[in-house]
Design a protein around this ligand. Structure first.
Ligand code: AHR
Length: 624
């Protein structure tokens, strides 16, 4: 392969291209990124959280009583908060009986670290009750304990910290009243002190860091299908997820489990700020998934017209929550949560791959027009329809063109072959129309592995996204996270369990693109000795420059089963530093556990290299 770089026809491309799509699917939030270690802390799990024959999803889930001399029941009279009506009543005949939480597949603990316990308690009796709180490993060994001394009177929050003396993968939390009597308990919580950036109510540090290492320029949240829900009663309403934890509204997750909303809009915005990514919230377009679902309330279609004004206000309030000053109603709530400065929201998604129907169009148009009118500074991202086989985006694009929506969200999950054969997908997009946010994509093989073959197909597609970075502004692989043994969708970018994080090969492709992004694209002419179409399509190259660092970055994907010699003429770039970084990801197409290798190398103006079969190679060097 001979590659010639064309500096004359360089073009400006989006510097936001690489981002992440976060959805609470596969236990990505509760039991995942959200660092809470107690499962069902609020006793709000319900049978209706879970479809199918599993009858264990109720207020008692993950809780049990240890010891015979007492009872444990759930009550809802005079609750801590009307949004959180269930709580536990422990009636102890003799001190020693414990209320036990099993965590999410056990509670993982690390030796030498501190854990913060908090709970709400009510003790209407005259005599104060003390609680002993213990962390016990799977063999019954005590790992640490703390005491809450005098609980008396109406609902109040109590806190303690426990230092842990040994590692445990599957510990449990025990709450042990020290006196006989009755005590009501709710919002029983255990967090590691070391959360990501030390945030209270924060995120699991190792997982959050793995996401941060992608260097995402934006984070889309809270989905996916979770954003619009599978019925009107299941739409993700952002206000339900802010404020004190006990006042948030938990709900059924359409991926067949429970959402506490502990990881809510405030935490999403905070995470974005912590990793230097633009927040991209996606709100429902006034319709749930495919806008035909019957949903919890049994209603067909979208938000009733009589309620649309209130719904639109909800969307406008979100912008005020993110950006309004502290004297505004919603800006004040943000300040009360600990963030007086605005979050500087610039983008908002309206709708998630909705069925493009009249019901959708009517509601989307109403919301879009009002947001545009009140907040011209915000870029609205519309949706052009579902990613299902057999659907196309024609109707969605017609609406976007009619309304002059500035950006639209496209989704597709396709085979590696599709990605190889559709590298020209965006080359013909009309540059005068909406920009594209490729909000969900991934290469899918039968059995849905994430291996070098899928990763290289995605890498090939990303070369074409960089080439079209003047029209494709943002892109995010989907889904991002999956907990082992709780996976509803495959493949995902990062797998994890309670103690390990397991990035896929595809993760490293995303990371390389994220860490070696550019804002200027330089076209190339590629000459191949073998001119067969099938060969040409399995080799792709992209050259970008990053204005900030002054670096040039060359990315080459070789999806051929043979190694290929490449000759790069770097002369047109001017004076280049001979010190370069080479990153290489290579192996067998089925490999699932590859890691990229980085090596310093020397480059010359006539750079020659041998690209291994099935490889992704990146060169980064300075232009001096
Ligand atoms: O990424 C998984 C799902 O795929 C998303 O929730 C949905 O938007 C899409 O169909």
């Amino acid at each position: 392969v001979e590659v010639q770089i064309d500096v004359e026809n360089k073009k400006k491309i989006s510097d936001l291209l690489m981002g992440v799509f976060f959805e609470d699917i596969n236990y990505a939030a509760d039991g995942g990124l959200y660092a809470e270690l107690v499962q069902n802390r609020d006793f709000e799990y319900r049978l209706s959280d879970k479809k199918g024959s599993d009858t264990s999803w109720h207020s008692y889930k993950a809780w049990s009583l240890k010891g015979e001399e007492g009872t444990f029941k759930i009550d809802s009279v005079n609750p801590l908060h009307p949004n959180n009506v269930h709580y536990a009543i422990l009636n102890i005949e003799k001190a020693g009986t414990a209320l036990v939480n099993a965590g999410f597949d056990g509670i993982p603990l690390k030796a030498g670290e501190r854990y913060n316990v908090s709970l709400f308690a009510r003790n209407p009796q005259e005599k104060a009750i003390a609680l002993l709180i213990r962390l016990i490993d799977e063999h019954g060994k005590l790992l640490g304990e703390a005491r809450i001394r005098a609980i008396k009177g109406n609902w109040r929050k109590y806190e303690a910290a426990i230092s842990v003396k040994a590692d445990a993968a599957k510990a449990s939390l025990e709450i042990i009243p020290q006196e006989a009597g009755e005590i009501a308990l709710d919002m029983i919580s255990l967090f590691p002190e070391k959360t990501f950036k030390g945030r209270k109510n924060g995120l699991r540090a190792d997982l959050a860091q793995t996401i941060a290492d992608l260097h995402p320029r934006f984070v889309r949240f809270p989905g996916g299908c979770v954003a619009h829900g599978d019925g009107l009663g299941n739409m993700y309403r952002w206000q339900n997820t802010i404020g004190p934890l006990e006042a948030r509204v938990p709900q059924r997750n359409l991926w067949n489990y429970h959402q506490t909303a502990g990881l809510g809009y405030f935490e999403y915005f905070q995470f974005c700020e912590d990793i230097g990514a633009e927040p991209v919230p996606v709100v429902p377009a006034g319709v749930p998934c495919q806008n035909s679902s019957t949903g919890g309330a049994g209603q067909q279609g979208g938000v009733p017209m009589a309620e649309m004004e209130a719904y639109i206000q909800e969307v406008l309030d979100l912008i005020e929550y993110a950006n309004g000053d502290t004297h505004t109603v919603w800006g004040k709530k943000r300040a009360e949560a600990g963030h007086p400065k605005p979050f500087n929201l610039k983008y908002i998604g309206i709708g998630n791959e909705d069925l493009i129907s009249d019901i959708f169009e009517e509601r989307f148009t109403m919301i879009f027009n009002r947001v545009r009118e009140k907040h011209p500074e915000i870029t609205v991202i519309g949706t052009v329809g579902p990613s299902f086989e057999g659907t196309d985006y024609t109707e969605g694009w017609l609406i976007a063109n009619k309304l002059q929506v500035p950006m639209v969200d496209e989704h597709y999950y396709q085979s590696p072959g599709w990605f190889i054969h559709n590298q020209a997908y965006y080359d013909k997009y009309d540059r005068s129309k909406a920009k594209v946010y490729l909000g969900e994509y991934a290469a899918h093989l039968p059995g849905r592995p994430s291996n070098l073959e899928t990763a290289l197909a995605e890498a090939i597609h990303l070369t074409s996204l960089e080439r079209n970075g003047d029209v494709v502004s943002m892109a995010s692989y989907a889904p991002l996270l999956a907990k082992e043994d709780h996976t509803q969708w495959k493949p995902d970018l990062i797998y994890f369990n309670n103690t390990e994080v397991k990035p896929t090969v595809g993760y490293f492709v995303q990371q390389i693109y994220g860490q070696h992004a550019g804002d200027i694209y330089l076209p190339t002419q590629v000459r191949l000795s073998n001119t067969e179409e099938a060969v040409k399509k399995r080799l792709a190259i992209s050259v970008v420059r990053d204005t900030k660092s002054g670096d040039a970055i060359v990315k080459i994907v070789n999806l051929l089963p043979v190694s290929t010699r490449v000759a790069l003429n770097l002369e047109p770039l001017g004076n280049i530093s001979t010190d370069a970084l080479k990153i290489s990801l290579a192996g067998n197409p089925e490999d699932e556990a590859l890691r990229p290798k980085s090596t310093p190398i020397a480059v010359t103006k006539n750079f020659k290299d041998e690209l291994p079969a099935y490889s992704f190679t990146v060169l980064r060097f300075k232009i001096v």
